[in-house]
Design a protein around this ligand. Structure first.
Ligand code: HXC
Length: 527
């Protein structure tokens, strides 16, 4: 009996030793280096991300398959990636976190297999996946096996798109083709000072085209959000980043067959706001901050959160706002023109930003609230030759395709094609409301008067006076909400003080709607 006990104790010790080796990751030197770079370790990140004590690791004991260039003699704990599942706010999520201390978190065959396992299980069980990237990319010593591993991940990122939310944090380097896994996921987070991503790095750029640039200037969080629109959120620290991933998930369902969780913060659904109308200047040429309206209309923030909305791509195309918020506890996706930037016009970047957001919301049963103050499309050769026709078409497409509740509120300007592109009734809006300041027309009164009354103005003695009169005439005829209300293009003109109660009523009415599109293999959006 005692012999048997001894054997079993030895077995347990062996297991413990193996687990300890894995938990030590790349060893004290590697961890020290990680800290010097200002980064947390792969395991610390998981601890911070998940509810305390909920992490269950999968595949800790794997061994890599590399045999060339000395890899056969090298141990890589967990093959450089920590994978498993746990909980966020009590809901199950899958997670993978690349461990830079173990051979640079590089991706070999087994490392990729672990990530694929996580993606497959998350899709099968219907829960979100969060990937933390911190890696030197494809493990060079494993050659094409490493490349194939990336291919298998890309395939899964693509086929599970729209099935489960896929969220990525790039918390270190992410170079070459490796960037395409994050790009195929729904949201990418980065942290100032430690994150960068690019297809070809500074060395190759210098060799090929002679340009000199640093890694951060090229692929850091600021350029990858402001210039390219690749990165959806830039955070100040890893802690803030992981906290905000948790916050983002609080707005989302676990999969496409569920509704988002309802969070009641006790904000009165009948709350009126007499001050709302003061935000919008009567002069249509004067800007204001659309966030001031969002702050006052939507549910106030839950305890401990600063803002009552969660911004997506705040520094890219700021002329349009895309964010999550709540109305009477229901998650909604807000698409709002921002008059503070470029007068809130639509351009290539704004169309890109909004259409992807609309498609995400539609895929995950998140109703859309559209706040409209749009003067038109941005004119110019840069826009035309950059393809504003096909990029702009994406918004029409995304709204038309979307079958979630769509509620549109016209606050001020709603001109021409951009009026349609912000989800008019014709594109399937379930309810369109307008403030008395709304102006719905083919174009602004100034431009319109000059075209339709050109001859009359030319003949007039006092041309300036004639133009002014014609502008006034056009404004009185069309640049108001009443013509549109007469023809049911809008459902009602409301007192702005009633905006919150009316949006809630409109939303709750359309939550039960059923809408089908013609069956097809898939659509062909104007990408
Ligand atoms: C094998 C690698 C590696 C790689 C880093 N390491 N990248 N090993 N394959 N791709 C190893 C290093 O040799 C080192 O090993 C350890 O990881 C840490 O790397 P360091 O270079 O010491 O770290 P640092 O100075 O911080 O530099 C990080 C780095 C640099 C900028 C990421 O390592 C780098 O440039 N790596 C190569 C990046 C790259 O070109 N990858 C291929 C991209 S193409 P020791 O022994 O010291 O622990 C790609 C194709 C994907 O990924 C295609 C998909 C379709």
């Amino acid at each position: 009996m005692s012999g048997e006990r001894e054997i079993k104790e030895r077995m347990l010790e062996e297991l413990k030793a193996k687990k300890q080796k894995v938990l030590a990751m790349g060893g004290p030197k590697g961890i020290e280096r990680q800290k010097k770079l200002g980064k947390l370790t792969a395991r610390e990140r998981i601890e911070l991300l998940l509810d305390e004590g909920t992490f269950v690791e999968i595949g800790a004991l794997v061994k890599h398959k590399g045999r060339e260039f000395g890899l056969d003699k090298r141990e890589i704990p967990a093959d450089g990636v920590v994978t498993g599942f746990g909980k966020i706010d009590g809901r199950k999520v899958y997670v993978f976190s690349q461990d830079f201390t173990s051979l640079g978190g590089t991706l070999g065959e087994v490392h990729a297999k672990k990530i694929c396992e996580v993606l497959d299980r998350a899709a099968k069980e219907g829960c979100p996946v969060i990937g933390i990237n911190d890696s030197g990319g494809a493990r060079i010593q494993e050659g094409v096996d490493a490349l194939a591993g990336y291919g298998q991940i890309f395939f899964r990122n693509s086929i599970y798109s729209g099935v489960i939310p896929q969220i990525c944090a790039i918390l270190g380097p992410c170079a070459g083709g490796a960037v395409y896994s994050p790009a195929l996921m729904d949201f990418i987070f980065m942290v100032e000072g430690i994150s960068y991503a690019f297809i070809t790095g500074p060395r190759v750029i210098k060799q090929v085209i002679g340009e000199e640039i640093s890694e951060m200037e090229l692929g850091g969080p600021i350029p990858q959000q402001e210039k390219s629109g690749v990165v959806h959120r830039v955070e100040k620290s890893e802690e803030e980043c992981l906290r905000n991933i948790r916050r983002l998930l609080s707005y989302l369902p676990s999969n496409n067959l569920e509704d988002p969780p309802r969070v009641d913060v006790g904000d009165d659904p009948n709350r009126r706001d007499e001050g709302l109308f003061d935000i919008v200047p009567a002069d249509p040429m004067k800007p204001y901050d659309m966030y001031d309206i969002i702050r006052r209309v939507f549910d106030r923030s839950p305890e401990g959160e600063e803002e009552n909305y969660f911004d997506i791509l705040p520094r890219f195309a700021p002329n349009i706002i895309t964010c999550f918020a709540r109305l009477n506890g229901y998650t909604v996706g807000i698409i709002a023109n921002q008059p503070k930037f470029k007068a809130g016009c639509l351009d290539i970047d704004a169309s890109d930003k909004a259409s992807r957001f609309i498609r995400f919301c539609d895929a995950f049963n998140i109703p859309l609230i559209n706040l409209v103050d749009v003067p038109g499309y941005l004119p110019g050769t840069e826009q035309e030759w950059g393809g504003i026709i096909r990029h702009g078409a994406k918004m029409l497409y995304a709204y038309s395709e979307a079958t979630v509740p769509k509620i549109t509120l016209i606050i001020r300007k709603a001109y021409g094609g951009s009026y349609l592109a912000m989800c008019s009734k014709d594109l399937g809006a379930d309810m369109v409301l307008a403030w008395p300041t709304a102006e719905l027309a083919v174009m602004g009164p100034e431009g319109a008067a000059q075209i339709i009354f050109r001859e009359e103005i030319a003949k007039a003695e006092d041309k300036e006076k004639a133009l002014k009169e014609k502008i006034k005439l056009y404004r009185e005829t069309f640049a108001n909400p009443y013509r549109a209300a007469e023809s049911l293009h809008i459902d009602d003109v409301i007192d702005p003080a009633d905006t919150r109660p009316m949006l809630i009523k409109a939303l709750e009415a359309s939550l039960t709607k059923r809408e089908r599109r013609p069956p097809k293999k898939h659509s062909v959006p104007p990408v």
